[in-house]
Design a binder for this molecule. Structure first.
Ligand code: ADP
Ligand code: MG
Length: 261
């Protein structure tokens, strides 16, 4: 068969190269006009195919991550949240966040951007080729407690150990179940052993986690593992949600749970 008789589109379909198929005719015209080299012609088609594949992968990974909303690092206003310096998050932006298994606990009152940043770091990890999963502490504990009652705690734990990055949002916001520390410990201990990063957000001081999770010793053991290769960053600036209103509470214990923000 002569080359001119080959059905290129059929071959591209077999090779799963839809972007090459879509761009081929258009690029042929451009190549003739610009006297493009054969090598550049092939390079452009290959690069476009890979870029498109990557976009598709990122879209799929973002859906699998179950983010409540999608925010990026670039969208975070460090001038407004001046309590946080950009360089503090540097170690969490590249692939070494995953390969070195770094953990992070983002603390602070509501509206300080904790969830935004946790999502942004997980999203960045996805863009760097990894997989992430977002879950609220309440949903995670409920899911694990139910699995424990049904005798399938091991499988449920494995599901949260698998992703490269796990975000556990809102530790201490709602009242957690009595076995919270027990079921959480499995996920956290396994992840720490495998050096898989966890990003927590919390409105509670770390010394209140024992009370929040109903077990001082387990909470301490859990934080010990997390902070062995991680840091606690507290966002102390103003709330971004209510930046134009003065809502700072002055009376009572600021650590008393007041429901969801
Ligand atoms: P928290 O989890 O601390 O309660 P969120 O991360 O949910 O707060 O932030 C509340 C809203 O304000 C979100 O829409 C978030 O994108 C936005 N936000 C908070 N801080 C900032 C910031 N410094 N720059 C840009 N947007 C911010
Ligand atoms: Mg939040």
């Amino acid at each position: 068969m002569k080359p001119s008789e080959i059905d290129v589109y059929k071959l591209l379909k077999r090779l799963h190269l839809p972007t090459v198929a879509r761009l081929l005719t258009e690029l042929e015209v451009r190549a003739a006009k610009e006297s493009m080299s054969h090598r550049d012609f092939v390079a452009i088609l290959m690069a476009e195919e890979i870029a498109h594949r990557n976009e598709t992968r990122i879209g799929k990974a973002v859906r699998h991550a179950h983010f409540p909303f999608l925010k990026s690092y670039e969208e975070f206003d460090f001038v407004f949240q001046s309590s946080l310096k950009r360089h503090a998050l540097g170690p969490y932006l590249g692939p070494e966040f995953i390969t070195e298994g770094r953990n992070l606990i983002l603390g602070g009152k509501p509206g300080r951007g904790k969830t935004h940043l946790a999502i942004a770091l997980a999203y960045r990890a996805i863009q760097n080729g990894f997989e992430a999963r977002f879950v609220t502490a309440s949903d995670l504990i409920d899911d694990l407690s139910a699995a424990s009652r049904d005798g399938r705690l091991r499988e449920a734990t494995a599901e949260y150990v698998a992703p490269h990055v796990l975000v556990i949002d809102e530790v201490g916001y709602l009242h957690h179940a009595d076995d919270a520390a027990n079921v959480l410990y499995g996920v956290i201990d396994h992840r720490c052993q495998k050096r898989r990063p966890i990003v927590f957000t919390t409105n509670k001081e770390l010394n209140k986690w024992g009370w929040v999770l109903h077990d001082n010793e387990l909470a301490e053991a859990l934080l010990d593992r997390v902070l062995e290769r991680g840091v606690h960053i507290k966002l102390t600036g103003k709330s971004y949600r209510t930046r134009d209103i003065d809502l700072e509470m002055t009376d009572g214990d600021p650590e008393t749970p007041s429901g969801k923000p």
